[in-house]
Write a protein that binds this ligand. Structure first.
Ligand SMILES: Nc1ncnc2c1ncn2[C@@H]1O[C@H](COP(=O)(O)OP(=O)(O)OP(=O)(O)O)[C@@H](O)[C@H]1O
Ligand SMILES: [Mg+2]
Length: 236
């Protein structure tokens, strides 16, 4: 982190943030405040890392910026729209969210059906679905597992499946919670390559991670959160 400077959002000040938090506070029902009065702008042309100690509120923040949770106080704007006014389906077309545990987002009895789910939901034709799924299977090295039961896959395979299922929605932004957990060096490199390709396509990315090597390798910006507050925000 020593190589990072105090935040300057270079050359993008004129561009609308993809996601904006305005005085956002959050607490779980009957709990203490977990996040306090956060203000944050996230841009599509940045790879942003969010780091900080266990229990500091990173996952909660990830679910707020992806529209899964709605703020208790303040506003989350996604493409300028209040997340409270958007259905999960509307948010899912704009923002993909990779859970800390990929099992939490795998529902279908086979790999092919899992990747097809969102496409069927969108009402695409059989032919369109077939072509998109075939491309995704190839891009994520899952073709040989297309008929497998998802929950029997290895951790790395399940993660590739979860990312593939998110990306067929064509979101403009991807939020990943601890994506390198449980991956060996080879799988981390595969993930790194996938994220670099997505970055080149202009997809904005937020990675919540304790993995300092991974963060230093990818991040254009590092946000540190502690005790529910942003204590540092630097561009790299
Ligand atoms: N469903 C919940 N109900 C009540 N409190 C919760 C819930 N989920 C998380 N919390 C509390 O909110 C705080 C922040 O949790 P969160 O999971 O966002 O932290 P984190 O920074 O992601 O931690 P980690 O590094 O361990 O993943 C913690 O004190 C946690 O106990
Ligand atoms: Mg967490």
């Amino acid at each position: 982190m020593a190589a990072c400077d105090a935040l300057q959002v270079k050359g993008v000040m004129a561009i609308q943030p993809y996601i904006q938090l305005l005085n956002v506070s959050y607490r779980y029902p009957r709990g203490e405040w977990v996040l306090r009065d956060l203000n944050l702008k996230l841009y599509q042309n940045q790879f942003t890392a969010i780091t900080g100690p266990n229990g500091s509120g990173k996952t909660t923040l990830g679910k707020l910026i992806s529209g899964i949770f709605k703020p208790v106080k303040g506003q989350v704007l996604i493409n300028g729209r209040d997340s409270r006014e958007m259905s999960l389906g509307e948010v899912g077309k704009r923002i993909g969210y990779l859970f800390q545990n990929p099992n939490h987002q795998i529902f279908a009895p086979s790999v092919v059906e899992e990747i097809s789910l969102a496409l069927k939901f969108r009402g695409l034709s059989e032919k369109e679905i077939h072509d998109i799924v075939a491309d995704a299977l190839e891009a994520f090295h899952l073709s040989h597992l297309k008929d497998a039961f998802p929950l029997r896959l290895s951790r790395g395979e399940r993660q590739r499946l979860a990312i593939a299922s998110i990306l067929v929605n064509d979101p403009g932004f991807l939020i990943m919670d601890e994506p390198t957990t449980g991956l060996d060096l080879k799988r981390k490199k595969t993930l790194s390559g996938m994220l670099e390709d997505l970055g080149k396509k202009g997809i904005g990315m937020v990675v919540i991670s304790h993995d300092n090597n991974f963060v230093r390798h990818h991040a254009d910006r590092i946000i540190v959160i502690s005790g529910g507050e942003i204590i540092d925000d630097r561009s790299c």
